[in-house]
Design a protein around this ligand. Sequence first.
Ligand SMILES: Cc1ncc(C[n+]2csc(CCOP(=O)(O)OP(=O)(O)O)c2C)c(N)n1
Ligand SMILES: [Mg+2]
Length: 333
Amino acid sequence: MPPKKAAAKPNVSAEELLGHYREMLLIRRFEEKAGQLYGMGLIGGFCHLYIGQEAVVVGLEAAAEEGDKRVTSYRDHGHMLACGMDPKGIMAELTGREGGFSKGKGGSMHMFSKEKHFYGGHGIVGAQVPLGAGLAFSDKYKGNDRVTFTYFGDGAANQGQVYETYNMAELWDLPVVFVIENNGYAMGTSVVRSTKSPSLWERGAAYGIEGEEVDGMDVLAVKAAGERAVAHCRAGKGPYILEVKTYRYRGHSMSDPAKYRTREEVQKMRDERDPIEQVRDMLLTGKHATEDDLKAIDKEIKAIVNDAAEFSKESPEPALEELWTDIYAEVEA
Ligand SMILES: Cc1ncc(C[n+]2csc(CCOP(=O)(O)OP(=O)(O)O)c2C)c(N)n1
Ligand SMILES: [Mg+2]
């Protein structure tokens, strides 16, 4: 007789799973709302949504400690929410208002929070990679125990500056986790059309950098890999690469002809691999939560996102004189 199949019981606490569920749902609902506000003409300029990729930042933030840093590209709303930045300040930045994290002058791609150690938000593909190594260099120089998460895409992974950075980061044993968010596409170019080698993380070997591939639709797998990466860095062994296989459901930005992939491909991913649904299933089958518990969380998240949207409409636009402020910063000697 075949052994009885055990009920899905992940080796994590109910509290932890519920936390992941809540955080991923916050990102999803926030992004859906941002899409709506964009459609209503309340958000101008570029806007790149993170829907589908939620497990990446939520899993890695679960492996981070207070004081660790993060820097990423223009697809940055999820990273900001996951590191605890106020949804109101993020949404108000999207609508270009005074209450935004960059006082309405940065927009979707250019937000920062010193308090949460979030260093942007960068529109130039790959430019955040050397910046991330620089942040890690400062921590190494100061002799503290901090780690910097430097996120970039599969497209950015073909940039020369990434490999210059790998070389220096390994040479100087910098505490930086390079996170390649491989969502399969760089705008309309699939990774198989742009890249001959099937594995992006293995390129680190040429520089002596260790790493691994991770299932980016599974928040627990991401967290476990994040913990290995962070332990490596904190032990003074230098950088580590995580190639996180993920998928974006929406277009590259708000204007995307979507001719480079089929609807069926997107739908299949949503139906079979959705990171939020996976945790929802674990919560229900493991009897960690009831349908009603999850409904209550949905309601709570909806209220947070609606408040953020209200704030982003009510906060005033920056005064004209603000054009001349925040251009230079005073630096401590
Ligand atoms: C240096 C530079 N080249 C080109 C662009 C235009 N561009 C913006 S996003 C993008 C694709 C990047 O794809 P990827 O790194 O996979 O990140 P994803 O958008 O999938 O998160 C390109 C080519 C840019 N912003 N900067
Ligand atoms: Mg990509």
